[in-house]
Design a binder for this molecule. Structure first.
Ligand SMILES: Cc1cc2nc3c(=O)[nH]c(=O)nc-3n(C[C@H](O)[C@H](O)[C@H](O)COP(=O)(O)OP(=O)(O)OC[C@H]3O[C@@H](n4cnc5c(N)ncnc54)[C@H](O)[C@@H]3O)c2cc1C
Ligand SMILES: NC(=O)c1ccc[n+]([C@@H]2O[C@H](COP(=O)([O-])OP(=O)(O)OC[C@H]3O[C@@H](n4cnc5c(N)ncnc54)[C@H](OP(=O)(O)O)[C@@H]3O)[C@@H](O)[C@H]2O)c1
Length: 459
């Protein structure tokens, strides 16, 4: 039944692959192999790729709905969760997403200003992104030379003076959000030593037996790192290390302290309020303390945003409301979906109706949690909903065929998959010069020049 289905993939940037290209750390090249599977799909003759098209701005979703039987929103979570702490705008405070974008060559972050000319950096948050960020700051720059880290980042990291990273979380060791592979990498990181406070682990080993298997192994490694003698060789390695990292627990940031240095309002410390735990919940104690530092990186999670006011968006959960990937809207709400599309929607409960033909997948559907495999599995659920709707004639398969070719109707030139392959080849060739898998182009104009083989980025 689905052998005649054709899929167009639309992307804001000229280049595909989202966070696999711009999130996954350069020293995790094996994770990026999933690009081969994506490429295989994109090369199917029933699939077309259109980069350089900003949905919401260049084209409204309602117009896509008029032209396709089904539209799947899968635009991820590109904003940062807010901390709402005073002093957040001073020089020296940045978000993890900006820092990650900077070392991964994300065009918007290529010129990020950050202070690596300091002894101590504080990373806020205990998730995998926090560990990625800390690892990238601690890894000896020569070990990054053969990765696809952006050239500007590699140059800056080579000059970095940072010797100590404090990774601060608001809850305890049992509540960390990172996973064992990433922790193990930190413990073994060349040139760095862990510096954990044994007092933070009082009572923790006793809880290990109650944990599910994955968590058990993670907390065992944490306890082992904090509490056990690592043996002579590892002790010698740690003593010789030039850099160190520390996990601080039960600390919530309450202020970024700054002062004017050479005319610039610069970060000098992060002030924390200490917490205690009530079950799994962090409760403020009123005790505060400050950690002097020149750089603070907020890594407290990503956030999705609405890209088109016509489309329902749950601002509290930061997702598009959906049932198994089918976009739903509160029954009584007026969406901007006009042209009869909303009129054909059907009621699925007392509170919601489904907007036929509109689906979502990935972080915009679930919130910004989960690895690539989780996201792929989640996509299968949405695909199944579409399949079921085709089988159940919900999609009115025959009544709305492709409306001419909507992709021919834009003023700007769109990047096809063959155009992307030109960018890909260019980056790989440029990387070869310095022994890297690729040297990413970090400027959208330049991407378009290479994609089209000339300077004519507009029609
Ligand atoms: C820093 C970081 C590191 C990670 N590292 C790993 C890892 O090592 N291993 C792992 O398994 N998982 C990792 N993950 C998780 C993984 O990246 C996510 O699970 C996955 O990328 C989410 O996929 P997605 O399609 O929902 O979003 P994304 O990958 O963000 O893709 C969304 C795409 O939509 C595009 N887009 C946005 N707005 C528009 C618009 N208006 N119009 C058109 N296109 C638009 C974006 O440009 C992007 O290409 C990491 C996540 C982060 C944040
Ligand atoms: N190598 C990998 O596989 C890899 C790499 C990177 C990312 N990822 C995945 O990508 C997803 C996103 O990762 P992430 O690290 O951005 O998010 P995350 O896993 O949700 O971690 C966010 C961290 O920020 C903390 N936090 C949130 N709000 C806070 C606040 N107001 N004050 C203080 N701390 C706050 C959280 O603490 P609480 O727990 O107390 O809320 C948590 O420690 C995760 O699923 C992650 O596993 C995977």
């Amino acid at each position: 039944m689905t052998e005649n289905v054709c899929v167009d993939i639309v992307e804001k940037l000229p280049v595909p692959f989202g966070l696999v290209r711009y999130g996954v750390a350069p020293d995790h090249p094996e994770v990026k192999n999933v690009i081969n599977s994506f490429t295989h799909v994109a090369r199917d003759k029933r699939c077309r790729y259109f980069g350089n098209l900003d949905v919401g701005n260049d084209v409204k979703i309602v117009d896509l709905l008029r032209s396709y039987h089904a539209v799947v929103l899968a635009y991820g979570a590109q904003a940062n969760r807010k901390l709402n702490v005073s002093g957040e705008t001073c020089d020296g405070v940045i978000s993890a997403s900006d820092f990650v974008g900077w070392y991964n060559g994300f065009p918007q972050n290529a010129n990020l200003h950050l202070n690596l000319n300091c002894n101590t950096a504080v990373v806020l948050g205990h998730g995998n992104v926090a560990l990625d960020v800390a690892r990238m700051l601690l890894t000896p720059a020569q070990l990054l030379e053969k990765t696809d880290v952006a050239a500007h980042a590699l140059d800056a990291l080579k000059q970095s003076s940072i010797k100590r990273i404090i990774i601060a979380g608001r809850r305890g060791p049992l509540q960390v959000a990172f996973t064992i592979k990433e922790l193990r990498e930190m413990v073994r990181l060349p040139g760095s030593r862990p510096d954990l406070d044994t007092n933070d682990f009082i009572g923790v080993p006793e809880k290990i037996s109650e944990l599910p298997r994955q968590r058990k192994r993670l907390i065992e490694l944490l306890c082992k790192t904090a509490l056990e003698d690592p043996g002579n060789n590892e002790t010698a390695r740690r003593q010789a290390a030039q850099r160190e990292w520390n996990l601080k627990f039960l600390h919530s940031p309450v202020e970024f302290e700054s002062k004017i240095i050479e005319g610039v309002n610069s970060l000098v410390a992060v002030k924390f309020e200490q917490n205690r735990l009530d079950g799994n919940k962090a409760i403020r104690t009123g005790h505060t303390m400050s950690i002097p530092c020149g750089l603070a990186i907020k890594s407290v999670g990503y956030q999705s945003v609405s890209i088109d006011p016509d489309i329902p968006f749950d601002v509290h959960k930061g997702i598009i409301p959906n049932l198994c990937g089918r976009v739903v809207t509160p029954k009584d709400s007026a969406t901007g979906l006009t042209s009869g599309i909303a009129n054909t929607s059907h009621v699925v409960s007392k509170h919601y109706r489904v907007i036929p033909g509109l689906y979502c997948s990935g972080w915009i559907k679930t919130g910004p949690v989960g690895v690539i495999l989780t996201t792929v599995n989640d996509a299968l659920e949405t695909a199944k909903s579409i399949y079921d709707d085709i089988s159940g004639n919900v999609l009115q398969w025959d009544s709305r065929s492709r409306n001419g070719d909507v992709m021919d109707q834009f003023q700007k030139k769109l990047v096809t998959f063959s155009d992307w392959m030109r960018i890909d080849n260019y980056e790989i060739l440029n990387g070869k010069v310095s022994g890297k898998p690729r040297e990413k182009i970090v400027n959208v104009e330049k991407m378009l020049d290479v994609a089209f083989g000339d300077n004519k980025a507009s029609k």
